[in-house]
Design a protein around this ligand. Structure first.
Ligand SMILES: Cc1cc2nc3c(=O)[nH]c(=O)nc-3n(C[C@H](O)[C@H](O)[C@H](O)COP(=O)(O)OP(=O)(O)OC[C@H]3O[C@@H](n4cnc5c(N)ncnc54)[C@H](O)[C@@H]3O)c2cc1C
Length: 277
């Protein structure tokens, strides 16, 4: 795609370089920015030249640099991550839910996926399920933290203010050793997901179910244990922001989200039963 409105490019080297001139936007992998016309944009400021570490094990858990590519995250999870961090297994099926598959995730960044904030944001499903928080740099030189599930406020909209930059995504230790699973459905075999439901069951028995793609923003449902079928069905179905687009109607999205959530619930309940027997 020729982005004809853009006449300047700057490689950011320091935080001061992130002060944006009118018409400038920050660019990470550029897979979305370069995929369609950007009539309001006259300049790109490249974040990938800031040298942020891709992945850091901290005292509190795992930090993913916003410019870490989805491909790098997957490779690290599958070859280098601590074996006891079982929850990271969710990264692969979440990335597989990306419509454009490996061609996009080789360049697309984890932070770019979150900031683009599409309802079918693969990394949003992954990170919301693992209770990740976003570290946001504010233009005054400060920073703020917000849950990824709350940073996304609508389909293709975040609470990032002008000039704010996502620096990193932090997954807490408490969410890294859980059991996880994902279910998804798309109207077309290789089409964008119409509904994605992810779930996590912690060693203590509490559970989290997250609906994405079917609703305009992540719907995070928390339970002190694995919920009963009716309790989960009511919690999923009561969302008010199921939406209609060419990839599915709101009613269909509600119906299939309930079914996908129940499949996850039943699988976890069966495992718990077998473990106790
Ligand atoms: C064919 C195709 C299929 C796609 N399929 C999907 C899909 O299924 N699901 C999906 O979610 N997306 C999809 N996308 C959109 C996009 O490619 C992905 O969301 C990708 O992960 C964006 O990451 P990026 O690093 O390339 O972001 P960029 O294109 O560089 O940036 C995306 C947006 O985020 C902003 N941004 C990026 N990084 C930061 C940061 N650190 N701080 C603040 N703002 C930032 C940019 O200014 C821009 O507005 C698709 C795109 C194409 C072309």
């Amino acid at each position: 795609m020729d982005i004809t409105s853009v006449t300047s490019y700057r490689a950011a080297r320091t935080r001061a370089d992130l002060a944006l001139a009118p018409g400038e936007v920050v660019m990470a992998g550029g897979t979305w920015l370069m995929s369609e016309l950007q009539p309001e944009t006259t300049g790109f400021v490249d974040l990938t030249t800031l040298g942020w570490p891709d992945l850091e094990i901290t005292d509190d858990g795992l930090r993913i640099g916003a410019t870490c590519t989805i491909a790098r995250l997957l490779a690290w999870v599958e070859r280098e991550a601590p074996a006891e961090w079982t929850s990271l297994a969710l990264a692969r099926p979440a990335a597989d839910a990306l419509l454009a598959s490996f061609k996009i995730w080789n360049t697309a960044t984890v932070g770019g996926n979150v900031c683009r904030a599409f309802a079918a944001g693969a990394m949003i499903a992954f990170l919301s399920t693992l209770d990740a928080t976003a570290l946001v740099w504010t233009p005054d030189g400060g920073e703020r933290r917000i849950a990824v599930a709350e940073l996304v406020v609508d389909n293709a909209a975040t609470s990032l203010a002008p000039g704010e930059v996502l620096r990193a995504l932090d997954i807490p230790l408490t969410a890294l050793t859980s059991r996880v699973a994902l279910q998804k459905i798309a109207l077309a075999e290789l089409g964008r997901s119409g509904a994605v439901v992810t779930a996590r069951v912690d060693p203590g028995g509490s559970s989290v179910f997250v609906v994405t793609a079917a609703v305009r923003r992540p719907r995070v449902l928390r339970f002190a244990r694995i919920p009963g079928a009716g309790e989960l069905r009511d919690a999923v179905a009561s969302a008010t922001d199921f939406y209609t687009d060419p990839l599915g109607s709101a009613d269909w999205r509600r119906g299939v989200s309930v079914v996908l959530a129940e499949r996850l619930r039943a699988g976890f309940a069966r495992e718990a039963h077998e473990g106790a027997a």
